[in-house]
Design a protein around this ligand. Structure first.
Ligand code: NAP
Length: 279
């Protein structure tokens, strides 16, 4: 069994992005918009700023009050779309309930949509055209490649169908010629599917959801979830201690998918900056 070291692969990706950026005429810049005072969002935003700093990229933080109106937020996005210093725009989700996330995502210029959530990028990714791809599944694909895991012809099972993880993950595995099944909360007898998986990606958000009886001997298990167990410790969906010995490769939580997600944002930002210079 091999533990996939997301931290190490992420460090390699960020170092490569930093090196590539030296060839640019301008410094890549990320605008991060945070509305309200959600503590988890604050932590994510400061992590993204730290990554920018580490790669030699600029980051511009826009902290707005929880009372910000849709109109004010849309005005800021229009301003960032036009800002020459800004290559990528990231609006930290979730937004306060009175704001429309959909409207905000659609307002970001597709060429600055480094999160890959704009419908144009989602569509292009699905049809296999060049696009900014959502960072979490993109990071998983990089990690699979890094460990020499060929998806082609494999039975892939994805648990969860969110727009940010499950659906794009399934789409990317399909593009890599996997045979893909998506399970969700309405899937009866989910373990009948998971037991058949050569590659199992779980993105549900339930502690100890995946037990050894649900996993095929020698499977690759990718745990996307970030949960807190009864002791308050960060953990995934997989009962790691019990499942890991059955797997050929497994990602730990923390230190697996999370660092890759962060690294892919830097890779997407670099690409946005490169594309802007080549236009
Ligand atoms: P989400 O939007 O809440 O989606 C969860 C999915 O799980 C839904 O599709 C839901 O089905 C499905 N589900 C719920 N209970 C289930 C069950 N008992 N069996 C099978 N499927 C079930 O969550 P998300 O945003 O995709 O995130 C999923 C997890 O990944 C969370 O723990 C989140 O914190 C983590 N995450 C980690 C990273 C990272 O970088 N490591 C990034 C993003 C998210 P329905 O659609 O039927 O409701």
């Amino acid at each position: 069994m091999i533990v996939m070291d997301g931290k190490a692969v992420a460090a390699k990706c960020k170092a490569a992005a930093a090196e590539e950026a030296k060839k640019l005429k301008h410094q890549p810049g990320l605008a991060v918009v945070l509305v309200g005072d959600n503590p988890a969002s604050r932590t994510y935003v400061s992590a993204k700023e730290k990554d920018c700093h580490e790669c030699g990229f600029a980051s511009f933080e826009y902290k707005l009050s929880a009372e910000t109106t849709q109109e004010e937020l849309m005005r800021l996005i229009a301003q960032l779309n036009a800002d020459e210093k800004v290559d990528g725009i990231l609006v930290q989700m979730p937004l306060p309930a009175h704001l429309s996330e959909k409207e905000v995502l659609c307002a970001i210029a597709p060429e600055k949509d480094v999160d890959g959530f704009h419908p144009m990028n989602v569509g292009r990714m699905t049809t296999g055209d060049p696009a900014f791809e959502p960072c979490t599944p993109a990071g998983i694909m990089v990690m699979l490649k890094e460990y020499g895991i060929d998806v082609s012809g494999k039975r892939c099972v994805v648990l969860g169908r969110s727009n940010i993880v499950g659906k794009p993950m399934a789409s990317m595995l399909l593009r890599a010629n996997g045979t893909v099944t998506i399970c969700h909360s309405r899937t009866p007898d989910m373990s009948a599917f998971t037991r058949e998986a050569d590659i199992l990606v779980t993105a549900v958000g339930k502690v100890d959801l995946i037990t050894p009886d649900m996993v095929k001997e020698g499977a690759v298990v990718i745990d996307v979830a970030m949960n807190r167990n009864a002791e308050g410790k960060l953990c995934g969906d997989v009962n790691y201690a019990a499942v890991a010995p059955k797997t050929s490769y497994i990602t730990p939580v923390p230190g697996g998918v999370g660092p890759m997600t962060r690294a892919m944002l830097m890779v997407n930002l670099l690409r946005a900056a490169q594309q802007r210079e080549s236009n």
